[in-house]
Ligand binder design. Structure first.
Ligand code: ADP
Ligand code: MG
Length: 821
């Protein structure tokens, strides 16, 4: 049986990152290990490794270890994992001596170098000396394929090892740097394994240094060599000792690992910090100057931005904090500027090329539909409906983003718009991010329409309504579940124009589905949909009107930048009579009472969600943790209740099955990874318990909370957090007291980056790595510059804008470029 040690490695690395506070996995490491290790021991065939694994991993009582013991333990488990995975033990320095290539000390100006084209930047990273195919594969896993990617592979933070201290000034606990002579170095036994111990000294005294687990170092540390050490100093038997510091010989070259702001890269298996730092230094020194600055000079000067090559090299190896910040500002500006410009050109181009698609608005029809509803539209719903109707009357196609809180009633407004398209003889498409939601929309729409006219069923997925418009109106659901022949038939009828409104998932934009004349496309829960998918849908029709709906409240400035191709409408009012979901942040000791509370609610006939996140970076690991947690909850905590499990690794139909069982009340509790976040409507669920709630952003917590409180019963949201950071605590306090999604989003954006917030990675927008949402000033600056430039030269045709034009073509994904170039 093949077993992955990846989860363990990720957790331990997270534990290191979090400072060994036993919170990398909720419930603590011991609980996780107990559940997880049992599953893997039988897969370890090497008896020697198995012995060590049992000794080290199974017998540990992590909770009771001191911080220092935890550090050592994590260290040794990590190196054991490397061996278990069949790799070499721990860090191995590349054997060959660094090639002595000409060095560019510091990049001051591009003007001073010959205008080399920089073509080499797009060649594979194996072009770089010292990068083998094997190493390139490892970088490939991080999305780094070309030399340029490598230059843009920025560290996520820096360690400040810049101040060199004297040994006599060392203090316990802090990260510090010294420059010293090696007096002696030898292999030594530390705990259960070998390490290296050295004594080093400067003119003020001597200090002991230990490296756990790196006995091979002893040979390299020759007596009398000059060395720089950076790391944490602790007290052992009353004496200072450096514990596994970064080290570097003092030679006639720049320091890389010590004595400066040292970059910390997010690495993957098989890449080691020292190796990558060394490599990056060479790459930055040799290649950064070749990057052409694509911003027009006067813009760069007006905005007081660093030159690009300098910004890149300072982002990796900054001389000091100030220039590091300026480097980030330049790179963040680039991201936001290019994003803004792309989005604007796309809208411009798209609208310019439009054939006349104006609808005639039938006021009487709208009034009749609104009157048939079982409720009165809120003022906000009316306003948005009017916005849309007036958009659709114009010859330019509508391109509108509709924001509205969870439960604010977006579907009904979309239905009214679809009706108008149909009345004008066009077809409408309604896309949802999941099949469950598509089915939900189909049911809702049919229910609404059946009040306005009379309904005849043709098939479970096909309904006809008469008495609404002058001809019968046909609504169809197209999802993956159908038989191929059902699908084919539906597709044919869509193509023939027999279907007026088609509802589905991305299946609607797959090959084979052609619309006869699509007039309006509605996309729900926009943040799950990519720009590319949106444009694919548009191309299905005669460049139809477009309504995009989202429950993610996006602050205005940001919406204008990220979705600058869309106009904005907001439903800022909930229908009357909505209940507030009572939200409570519980202490870890209260978990049991939370479980008891769930039990009581279930006994009263209600249902509950339990959200269990683990490590945000990986759905696979989150899934595995959810499985463990699900088993624990079913066996130990709620053995008498019916639990279901939902995670991202389940196949689509398995997910649907679980949801259907939950909807049909066959399950009492749904244990889930964060996949449950989007639009699900289960009115009978009244409790939401969120584990490790401090790991989520406010908006996401708010989305989770929106899953309950949809019925008549009072609903509850309980938040658990093991050991939240300062920021985490602040966030939990806010969500406990604030119900308004917009206020929460504003707060959220202050704390998180836009890439994270919107998942730009999946959205088809250029990635945002350096920009933060708190960068409101840079955002506005970039937006203004983009608007000005766009007025002067929208097609980027002027010679001085050529570099920018190529940058745009490079950064924007092909599919969306097609739309605006
Ligand atoms: P969302 O904006 O989250 O998509 P929905 O469109 O699903 O919200 O609407 C949530 C619920 O509120 C639905 O059951 C819908 O029938 C109901 N609803 C919508 N508008 C109103 C209103 N003006 N008054 C009362 N209930 C409404
Ligand atoms: Mg909705």
């Amino acid at each position: 049986m093949a077993v992955s040690f990846e989860p363990l490695r990720k957790i331990l690395e997270l534990e290191q990152k979090k400072g060994y506070d036993n919170t990398a996995v909720f419930g603590g490491l011991d609980r996780f290990l107990k559940n997880w290790a049992g599953q893997v021991t039988e897969a370890i065939l090497d008896r020697r490794l198995l012995g060590r694994f049992q000794q080290l991993v199974i017998k540990v009582d992590y909770a009771s270890l001191s911080e220092k013991q935890r550090l050592e333990w994590v260290d040794s488990v990590l190196s054991l994992v490397v061996e278990l995975e069949g790799g070499a033990p721990a860090e191995v320095e590349p054997k060959e001596k660094a090639p002595s290539l000409p060095k560019v000390k510091r990049v001051k100006s591009v003007k001073s170098v010959a205008p080399v084209s920089g073509q080499g930047l797009d060649s594979p990273i194996t072009t770089v000396r010292g990068i083998s195919t094997a190493l390139a594969t490892k970088f490939g896993k991080l999305g780094v394929k070309t030399v340029r990617d490598l230059l843009y592979f920025f560290p996520h933070r820096h360690l400040d090892y810049s101040r060199i201290k004297q040994i006599s000034q060392l203090t316990e606990g802090d990260e510090q740097t010294i420059m010293a002579n090696i007096w002696q170095a030898q292999v030594t036994r530390l705990g259960y394994r070998q390490g290296t111990e050295a004594i080093v000294g400067d003119e003020t005294g001597n200090v002991r240094v230990v490296w756990f687990n790196q006995p091979y170092l002893a040979k390299r540390l020759q007596t009398n060599a000059r060395i720089v050490l950076s790391g944490r100093v602790s007290l052992f038997k009353g004496r200072h000792v450096f514990e596994s510091p970064e080290w570097e010989f003092v030679e006639d070259k720049d320091l890389i690992h010590t004595g400066r702001l040292v970059p910390v890269y997010s690495l993957t298996q098989g890449l080691y910090p020292r190796q990558v730092r060394k490599l990056m230094k060479e790459v930055v020194d040799q290649w950064a100057w070749q990057v052409g600055d694509f911003l027009p000079v006067e813009m760069r000067e007006r905005c007081d931005l660093l030159e690009l090559p300098q910004a890149i090299s300072q982002a990796h190896y900054p001389e000091d904090e100030t220039i590091k910040d300026r480097a980030r500002v330049r790179l963040a500006f680039d991201e936001l500027f290019v994003l803004q410009l792309g989005v604007m050109s796309r809208k411009h181009d798209w609208q310019e090329k439009q054939p006349d698609s104006a609808f005639t608005i039938d006021k009487e029809l709208t009034a009749r539909f609104v009157q048939s509803l079982p409720f009165t539209l809120t003022t906000a719903q009316q306003r948005v409906l009017e916005d849309m109707l007036s958009d659709m009357q114009k010859p330019l196609p509508m391109s509108r983003l509709l924001q509205g809180e969870v439960g604010s009633g977006k579907t009904v407004v979309a239905t009214a718009a679809l009706l108008m398209a149909v009345a004008n003889g066009y077809q409408g498409a309604f896309m949802a991010p999941t099949e469950i939601l598509a089915e939900q929309h189909f049911a809702t729409l049919c229910q609404l329409l059946s009040r306005a006219g009379s309904q005849e069923e043709e098939a479970p997925y096909l309904k006809k309504f008469s008495g609404i418009i002058s001809r019968p109106l046909t609504v169809a659901l197209l999802i993956g579940d159908m038989t191929p022949s059902q699908k084919q038939e539906l597709q044919k009828r869509i193509m023939d124009g027999e279907i007026d409104i088609a509802i589905g998932t991305h299946a609607l934009i797959q090959k084979g589905v052609e619309f006869k004349q699509m007039g309006l496309a509605v996309v729900d829960e926009q943040h799950r949909f990519g720009v590319t998918q949106r444009s694919a849908l548009r191309q299905k029709g005669f460049r139809p009107h477009m309504l995009v709906m989202t429950a993610t409240p996006i602050p205005r400035t940001l919406a204008l930048t990220l979705y600058g191709d869309l106009d904005l409408s907001v439903i800022d009012e909930l229908p009357p009579g909505r209940q507030v979901v009572k939200t409570k942040w519980l202490r870890p000791g209260q978990r049991e009472s939370a479980h008891n509370f769930i039990r009581k609610q279930v006994a009263a006939g209600n249902q509950a969600f339990i959200i269990c996140p683990l490590i945000e970076e990986s759905e696979a690991i989150a899934a595995q943790a959810a499985v463990v947690e699900y088993e624990r909850l079913s066996q130990d905590v709620f053995p008498d209740l019916k639990l279901g499990l939902l995670h991202g690794r389940l196949a689509g139909d398995e997910k649907d099955k679980v949801m259907q069982r939950f909807r049909a009340r066959e399950l009492d509790i749904l244990v889930s990874t964060p996949v449950v976040e989007v639009g699900i409507d289960i009115p009978n669920a009244t409790v939401m318990l969120i584990e490790s709630a401090d790991r989520f952003g406010l908006s996401q917590l708010h989305q989770f909370r929106g899953r309950v409180g949809r019925g008549q019963e009072q609903s509850y949201c309980m938040l658990l957090a093991e050991n939240p950071s300062e920021v985490g605590r602040e966030r939990l306090g806010v969500i406990e007291n604030v119900q308004d999604g917009f206020i929460l989003a504003e707060e959220d954006l202050k704390m998180r980056g836009p890439g994270e917030f919107f998942g730009t990675r999946q959205s088809g927008l250029p990635d945002l790595r350096m920009a933060k949402l708190s960068d409101v000033k840079i955002l506005e600056l970039a937006r203004n510059e983009a608007i000005q430039l766009f007025q002067v030269d929208p097609g980027l045709k002027k010679p001085e804008h050529q570099p920018l034009a190529s940058e745009m073509a490079r950064v924007w994904p092909q599919a969306s470029v097609g739309e605006w170039s």
